[in-house]
Design a protein around this ligand. Structure first.
Ligand SMILES: C[S@@+](CC[C@H](N)C(=O)[O-])C[C@H]1O[C@@H](n2cnc3c(N)ncnc32)[C@H](O)[C@@H]1O
Length: 312
């Protein structure tokens, strides 16, 4: 699930200990260029690495324009209402609220997804789950999919967008997350091919459900590791999306044990794991029930995505 999430490389940023500046309510008029420079300094002092780029995104959001407009109109004076809104966004970001919760959206698998604080912000490495699923389903013209812990719906909506004859079930314990997944399914025209189920893993499914593939990016951070996460993650993303509790492998154990019941005999299970969980998860795989087809590495070289096939 997590690139931005630093549970792949937990780090305490130096800036957390700094008292960041805020963007003040000055009386003076500012051009876009001046406002950007001021915001960029505020964000930098709050420990945000890409302060200039993020300031540009926040100004674009405040003006409901794209970033090119901002870059090409640096001399234009900002209306006081726009400047006040921009400062409000910058000050939220300086308190380390994720950019995506402020702008309300993010990109995943080439699609724009709505995100709210009820859902995990989709991470680039989770696109590997989509890639692995698509490769597994190449020979299947109309597959039935199940996404366990769907959150924003990014995985299953991206899959349904690629596979126009597929149908699916999006499961999540959080009804608030499912509401966001529904918005995204609507936005990307897959609502009529998706069923939404609020449940603890497979608890609400009839064992008659036989999927071609089960995909999942489950919570996998150990509770004890939460304090080491970046403040954006630790303080703003839903705890239920981050950690299953003390046993960080808890959801993997349950998926590996229960998924065969809900899969066709040669069906697939594809899931994402944490940066240091490869060996422990490999140990959990019962070779009588599963063939481990591959573990795909992410761009950082971390073994990230498990692809398994149910044994007949
Ligand atoms: C890491 S997030 C993944 C969200 C999304 N699939 C993605 O990749 O961005 C995990 C999701 O699993 C859900 N979840 C956590 N425990 C669950 C459980 N026991 N049963 C069903 N869903 C659960 C959370 O609410 C959260 O939406």
């Amino acid at each position: 699930m997590f690139v931005i999430i630093q549970h792949s490389r937990p780090k305490e940023t130096r800036s957390e200990k700094r008292t960041g500046k805020a963007m003040n309510e000055g009386q003076r008029e500012l051009t876009m260029g001046e406002a950007l420079a001021e915001a960029s300094a505020v964000l930098r002092s709050a420990g945000i690495d890409e302060s200039r780029r993020e300031a540009g995104s926040l100004l674009a959001h405040a003006l409901k324009r794209d970033r090119t407009y901002i870059l090409t109109h640096a001399e234009r004076t900002l209306a006081s209402r726009d400047l006040a809104l921009f400062r409000h966004y910058v000050n939220r970001r300086a308190r380390r609220e994720p950019l995506q919760y402020i702008t309300g959206h993010t990109e995943f698998y080439g699609l724009d997804f709505i995100v709210t604080p009820d859902v995990l912000i989709p991470r680039p490495e989770t696109e590997l789950v989509v890639d692995c699923a698509l490769e597994s389903l190449r020979a299947n013209p109309a597959p039935l999919l199940c996404d366990v812990g769907t959150g924003s719906g990014c995985i299953i909506v991206a899959l349904l967008n690629e596979l126009k004859n597929a149908r699916g079930v999006a499961l999540d314990k959080s009804p608030a997350a499912l509401a966001v997944a529904k918005l995204n399914a609507t936005r990307h025209e897959s609502l009529n091919r998706l069923q939404f189920v609020s449940a603890d893993l497979f608890a609400a499914l009839s064992s008659a459900a036989q999927f071609d593939i089960i995909v999942s990016n489950p919570p996998y951070v150990a509770e004890k590791d939460l304090p080491a996460l970046q403040p954006e993650v630790r303080e703003f993303e839903p705890r239920i999306a981050l950690t299953p509790g003390r046993d960080e492998l808890g959801v993997f154990r349950r998926l590996l044990a229960d998924a065969p019941q809900f899969l066709r005999p040669d069906g697939y299970l594809v899931f994402e794991a944490g940066w240091n969980q490869h060996a422990a998860i490999t140990e959990l795989i019962d070779a009588r029930r599963w063939t481990l087809l591959e573990v795909r590495r992410d761009l950082q070289g971390i073994p990230r995505t498990f692809r398994l096939q149910r044994k007949i």
